[in-house]
Design a protein around this ligand. Sequence first.
Ligand code: 5AD
Ligand code: SF4
Length: 442
Amino acid sequence: MQRNVFIKTFGCQMNERDSEIMSQILGTLGYIECLEESQADLIILNTCSIRAKAEQKVMSHLGALRKEKTKRPSLKICVAGCVAQQEGNNIVRKMPHVDLVIGTQEIYKIGELISELEDSTVATALSNEYEIPRFIPNKKTISSGTSYKKFVTIMQGCNNFCTYCVVPYTRGREVSRNSDDIIEEIRVLINNGVKEVTLLGQNVNSYGKTNPVSNQKPGYDFADLLHDVANIEGLKRLRFTTSNPKDLTDRLMRCFRDIPLLCPQFHLPVQAGSNNVLKRMNRKYTRESYLELVDKLREYRPDIVITTDVIVGFPGETDEDFEQTMDMLETVRYHGSFSFKYSDRPGTASLKLDNKISEAVKSARLSRFQKRQDEICLEHNQNFVGSILEVMVEGCDGESIKTRSATNHLVHIDSDQTLPAGAIVQAEIIQAGLHSLKGALV
Ligand code: 5AD
Ligand code: SF4
């Protein structure tokens, strides 16, 4: 029997892939993804709790679904992801119209849980001995989402306990996925037309280090995995995210020199520029050691585009501390960044710190940072004008072609040509904006 599932994903790329996994598993039970909530027999909210705002969004969406459930009592509502893990039973207590709460380590069981659903099932076990189940999508289930680029999960969880961060509590301890499974999944993807993969984990740099991968020789690490993946016949582009600077080895940085299909793009979250703040964040690196990494990366791959994450207004952040964050931006000249106001999260160590920064100060710091980042980003983008970039086609509408460069810039090309998604062409950059470049086919 065909049934429709509607999945709404909040938060990170990890969650995007988890949503796709749930869709692929449900696909084997006859569920088809639909685009409208109103057509769904099953609605899944795959949630994020990284900041209070993200969690509020989920809660208000869930509240609104109460009406829908009253109208259509056969509708099933499922909450997955980080809020599900964090809140567990509280969700069904507050929202009795929720049928299933499924935690971050339970998503591979969604098929069984949905088939045998009893009133308000809560499945949020979080184990230190967790292993990522062997799950390889097949030709039939692969098709959800885009066809030419895909995310591949290589690890789950986090052991770092940055003092502001909820992730170690919502995703559990770090566990690396069996590398044979990763490579087999990528082979299947390539055989089905995929050209680009992004390897995903909360801290990919420590792949294989904690919870050693059972099928591998001792010492097999993320650099080994990158080399093995890059050798898979037919792969055109390789990316990864996210990295913690404290675990960035020289061997890994050399991959940017030695693996041509590894895209020259590195997201290296700095979070703060002041050593005092970094220490209180438990980041385990200093601004000096971070800057050394940036220099090394640029030595190994001169065209590398470095982006970052920044938190402003961490408890106790002084004006001088914040100036150090601004100075980091001037020194590294990031091509782009995600910047956030510090947000108190349940269970984290920073929740208990004194000297919380006022909303007004946080807002002022954030806008100052973002304004300067935009200026720098535009300057970088303008430097591309006149150069020729290899770009991958994302889509065509008869008037223009939307493409992406290896540096992860969006490049729009005026052209009535129809090229298949995933095709690689050369574009001369003729104009630069803040959010995209304009190119001409060469
Ligand atoms: N408050 C604000 N930003 C946060 N981040 C993580 N936790 C918090 C928090 N409590 C940011 C970090 C991280 C990104 C994914 O979200 O910058 O790198
Ligand atoms: Fe949000 Fe972090 Fe969970 Fe991703 S891992 S969904 S960013 S809280």
